[in-house]
Unconditional design. Sequence first.
Length: 258
Amino acid sequence: MRLLYPCDDFDKKQPDETYQEEYTAAKAAGLSCSLYSVEDFELGNLRLRPAFFEGEEIIYRGWMLTPSSYSDMYSLIESKGGKPITSTEQYRHCHYLPEWYKSCEDFTPKTVFCDKNSDFELILSSCNWDKYFVKDYVKSLTTNRGSIAKTIAEIPEIIQLIEKFKGRIEGGICIRQFESLVPETEERYFIFKGKAFSRNGIVPTIVETIALRINSPFFSVDIISSTHGELRLIELGDGQVSDYKKWQPDDFVKIFNS
């Protein structure tokens, strides 16, 4: 098994500074690592340092990619003799909220999926929600304005701002029922080859259950407590493009030696 990281733009023998600590921890843990240039990848090439062994299992650990770009990465890894751990279909399933929603509907806020030009008054007329949380298939609005709409009339404004700051809407629009949550309780868990991992060794039952429902070898699960004390799923993500948040890098890379 080998981890694949983006290199520094100016020194291709070193990892990008964002991944430096993780890369160092992975090497110290005895894991095989290679570097690639994002610039080369965008030009349709994958120059590896060092090269893969034929048939070696590859875990991409890099910048978030669209499913289309991930498909390109998958093909390039295969062309270099590697075997990507996650298929394009599995990547998309964890990366896009509508893909995993039905599998975990009982654990996560109710959600309506539509496009950016939808008639929101019509679509949401029967919901009777107090507030609305607006995002595209991947990201919410992280500016001071935030993604919470107090009325349906505010939804287009949030969509316009997401498009402005991200440059595009990815996939489509997700309008979620607002739930009262406790931000400081948010925790990220990782599922690797069917086994759930936490940074403190404690894995809630909800995470174990989600691990059984999602067909992917490596994904992240974000859990938060509501103000009523109920654990709620707020996000799923492909593990290859998920940062480790509150984890220490040494603890995170232990996942791959389990």
